[in-house]
Design a protein around this ligand. Sequence first.
Ligand code: ADP
Length: 480
Amino acid sequence: MKVLFAAAEAAPFFKTGGLGDVAFALPKEIAKHDDIDIRVVLPYYSSMPEKYREDITEVRHFRFQQGNKNVYCGIKELKMDGVHYYFIDNLEYFDRPSLYGEWDDGERFGYFSLAIIEMLEVIDWIPDVVHVNDWQTAMVPVLLVDRYHWKDRLKNIRKVLSIHNIRFQGNYPSSMLENVFGTSFNTFTDDGVKDGDDRINYLKGGINFADRVTTVSPSYASEIMTPEFGEGLDGVIRHNGWKVRGIINGIDYDINNPATDPHLPENYETGDLTGKYKSKEALQRELGLPVNKDTFMIGVVSRLTDQKGFQLVEAALEELLQTEVQIVVLGTGDPQFEHSFRYFEDRYPDKMRALIKFDVGLAQQIYAASDAFLMPSAFEPCGLSQMISMRYGTLPIVHETGGLRDTVQPYNQFTGGGTGFTFSRFDRDDMLPAIYNAMHVYYNDKVSWYKMVDTAMEKDFTWKDPAQEYIDLYREITGL
Ligand code: ADP
């Protein structure tokens, strides 16, 4: 079976969040199955690190008609960790300062979606399944049906769309159907790509035209069928409910392994946390915090946005910082949160650090050094950080939503069981007691704390089972 996995980002080449982790780890796991030829296609952004650029080879280049423009398309390839990558090269679209947020994103990813399909006959490799991810590639299923249906070699390709976050949908003027996608207005209907404001909605099109739609946790799959979480697409999801499935993400056990992680001053594993406490002291020293391995340290590694619930954290910090605690925040995002976390660092220099940057090595040090990991997301499709922190023996404190609900087992004060601390109402006054509860167990009930740490570290968050679920899904729609 041949599968083409298309995404707008993949670690370690380019990553802004969870999609980048998934687009690296999932194909790698699927590629371990000898009977599946999975290949990944990505944009060739100019931010590609030099060390990978050196090994990339050019396959072909050609031009195709994109609406009323004739455009260049270079195809490059790289084989790494058993995975075959293709990169779509076009300087006009991908030589930009950032991956997303450019003025012409609609056209850039419209081009990418067309190039993915145009590439297939050029490289003479026609997949049985094309698996697209999020709004940037969601138009591929629409285009396969609407623009390429007459091509015999392409018409049987099955289409899977994975939604990593339904908030980002890609809404653009309807004129793009002609100007960019070069199609008629056949699909510009309520059960096609048309949104409520007479624009096109890439993600909605993908949902309507894919053979299967997956989202990254079972809880989020049910939540997006409700107005509260559906971001305006709950009706579309309900209408297509028969093809929607929730498959939980895993984390990469090669990268996220405290026993081998090269970013830690000393490695550790279940049963001997000496290296964890050395990592904590090293981080305290590095950040200029009082060095004390017993102080309760709360870590945060995240995009600093409303989605991640930082309005609750902001409202709780003044009170929380009165306690025996150290709080280390690593993240970038909403300037309001960046400023207020810096403010608290100035006000409480012995207790708070606001590290406003994106730094993968530092992130791993924080996962290892902290005792608890705070993730009060308003909604969370899956979330990887809570799983990474559990693997590092750092107990998550989370809002019970989406993938957080599916992966964190709440502390049970009667049995001492659980893998983290949870709260159900999205409210500062519900979050604080969960944090205090964690702190109480940490300081006063070491037996329960370390029992939870052991349980969390031993949980299986590998990609093995989720990858098998995707393969089963591919088999179901292809009959292969
Ligand atoms: P999302 O995809 O919504 O941002 P996830 O929890 O699914 O959230 O994935 C976030 C990923 O990005 C994790 O691997 C996390 O460690 C990483 N990450 C987030 N912010 C930073 C940062 N400032 N520096 C380094 N890594 C970060």
